[in-house]
Design a binder for this molecule. Structure first.
Ligand code: ZN
Length: 149
């Protein structure tokens, strides 16, 4: 994808080819489905929350490189975090992706900054945000799932 720096592309492709936590979680406490009809990205997200902490997280599904890489990075960033922290990371990511040119909370974002270039591609924003909205739905107990439309 033109516009993303080489380093960013490399990290993205690496997550796409070897997605982290790409598996079902044993005895999840929450799960939700997400679907992005624009691109055909589909994700099932599993969470295991113990004492207000995301003890385990995994995802399955099919989709484009951006949706897979974003889901992979999301699972990495929220695993082991408190629910409040996961919410904070969601907000920072959402802000980064939907408000180009805004100030980034780099401390909270960490590696997720890699996906910041996506906000220049309106059609790809839904790919990048899919896993995140699915996480919100799962935490809200909305197992019917979400669609980005
Ligand atoms: Zn996609």
């Amino acid at each position: 994808m033109a516009g993303l720096s080489d380093l960013y592309q490399e990290i993205l492709l690496e997550h796409n080819s070897k997605p982290r936590n790409f598996r079902e979680v044993v005895e999840p406490t929450q799960s939700a489905e997400g679907f992005n009809p624009l691109c055909g990205d589909q994700i099932t997200l599993y969470l295991k929350v113990v004492d207000g902490v995301i003890d385990d997280v995994g995802f399955q599904g099919t989709g484009c490189a951006i949706s897979r890489a974003s889901a992979s990075m999301m699972t990495q960033s929220i695993k082991g975090q408190s629910l409040e922290k996961a919410e904070e990371i969601f907000d920072a990511f959402h802000h980064m992706i939907t408000e180009p040119g805004g100030e980034l909370d780099l401390d909270t974002l960490g590696d997720l900054e890699t996906l910041s270039g996506v906000n220049e591609y309106p059609t790809r924003i839904k790919c990048a945000i899919l896993a995140w909205h699915t996480m919100k739905a799962a935490l809200a107990g909305d197992s019917d799932g979400i669609t980005t439309e």
